[in-house]
Design a protein around this ligand. Structure first.
Ligand SMILES: [Zn+2]
Length: 106
């Protein structure tokens, strides 16, 4: 479930997406958590490139997973929402930035 107050608080800090870090103690990690590992959601809880609804952890007994607040730059979020895989989009965006840095442009 999305908590509107929490969403508002994070949005005010410039957070525009959420990631998931599943904490695994081998057999104790439930399949719900593993399914969420590495997935992203918009700050309003809309799944990005998958169909698993967002829920703030803990989502099961003994859950130690973390929802990770993310600040995607607007141009990066745009390509992700356009459908480019998140990891690929981030890698490309970082490569572009370091090229700009090396060439002295901003
Ligand atoms: Zn968990």
């Amino acid at each position: 479930m999305i908590d509107p107050a929490k969403t508002a608080e994070l949005t005010a800090k410039g957070i525009n997406a959420l990631g998931w870090h599943a904490v695994s103690r081998s057999e104790e990690t439930c399949s719900d958590c593993l399914n969420r590992m590495g997935k992203h959601w918009r700050i309003d809880g809309t799944p990005i490139q998958h169909a698993i609804p967002f829920a703030w952890p803990p989502i099961h007994q003994g859950c130690r997973c973390l929802a990770i607040p993310m600040k995607f730059p607007d141009e990066l979020l745009a390509v992700i929402l356009a459908g480019q895989p998140v990891d690929e989009a981030i890698a490309q965006w970082q490569a572009t930035r370091s090229r700009r840095r090396w060439s002295g442009k901003k």
